[in-house]
Design a protein. Structure first.
Length: 253
């Protein structure tokens, strides 16, 4: 635990400096794109897409997987950045599709984002080509892998197998971006069920066991006023939770 804390402390001083002025312009143009909805622009206020795109070091021509893409908020932003020579696979399982309703269908209607492909399948059935993706992003998604409510349509999932699938699908120098609601230390997976949050140390251990290593982290989405004992859907804290932002790579990359 002490080694984990020390590593996070050292990496917390790092910033995403690996992007050029041209990349900065790409990110800003993607955020300002005329196709984006007013709902997306309102969400920008709490999701801070410029910071995330910078931290992810997204480049034109890259192939990206958006894990539990939901309505496609990040899928669209990433599509505008990677451009026509790149591609974004927007992965959702059926429970996520039920939750977002028509959002992803409406976003992609009339071939509005031709470089975005829907990837609709269950987590345990997901099959991805090896060494295929430059970037995998999971925005407020991984905690849902540990959540289970079969009677209401949310099945238990083979989390370790899923992480191994992602690890295999990431290119040797690719990046895994993780954003999620922070739970109190030591809560393991209990907070995923009741609060829709995840214990950072618990998640880090699972990702490390799958072969990922922490490359950098950012405090840009942190909120020290969140005591982390309320559900992420609680109106008093919704959109203002304490969130961690990690960039991970394959060990040895």
């Amino acid at each position: 635990m002490r080694l984990f804390a020390a590593a996070l402390f050292a990496l917390s001083t790092m910033s995403a400096t690996g992007f050029s002025a041209a990349a900065e312009a790409d990110y800003r143009n993607a955020i300002a794109h005329s196709h984006r909805s007013e709902a997306d622009r309102r969400a920008d206020m709490h999701r801070h897409p410029l910071t995330v795109l910078q931290f992810a070091e997204v480049q034109p021509g890259e192939v990206v997987l958006d894990v539990f893409a939901g309505g496609g908020y990040y899928s669209e932003l990433l599509a505008h950045v990677v451009g026509e020579k790149g591609r974004v696979d927007a992965f959702n399982n059926q429970p996520y599709l039920n939750w977002v309703g028509d959002q992803i269908r409406s976003r992609l209607a009339d071939n509005a984002l031709p470089n975005v492909r829907r990837l609709d399948t269950e987590v345990d059935d997901l099959s991805l080509p090896a060494k295929h993706y430059d970037l995998i992003i999971a925005s407020m998604a991984f905690h849902d892998l540990y959540y289970a409510d079969p009677t209401n349509g949310w099945p238990e999932m083979n989390v370790k197998k899923f992480y191994q699938t992602l690890h295999r699908a990431l290119k040797p120098n690719g990046r895994l971006i993780v954003i999620d609601h922070s739970a109190r230390p030591g809560t393991g997976v209990s907070a995923t069920q009741s609060l829709h949050r995840i214990d950072e140390q618990f998640l880090m251990k699972d990702l490390q066991q799958a072969g990922f290593v922490l490359d950098a982290q950012s405090d840009a989405l942190r909120n020290s006023n969140d005591n982390r004992d309320m559900s992420s859907f609680e109106p008093r804290i919704r959109y203002q939770t304490d969130r961690f932002l990690w960039r991970m790579k394959k060990a040895g990359s």
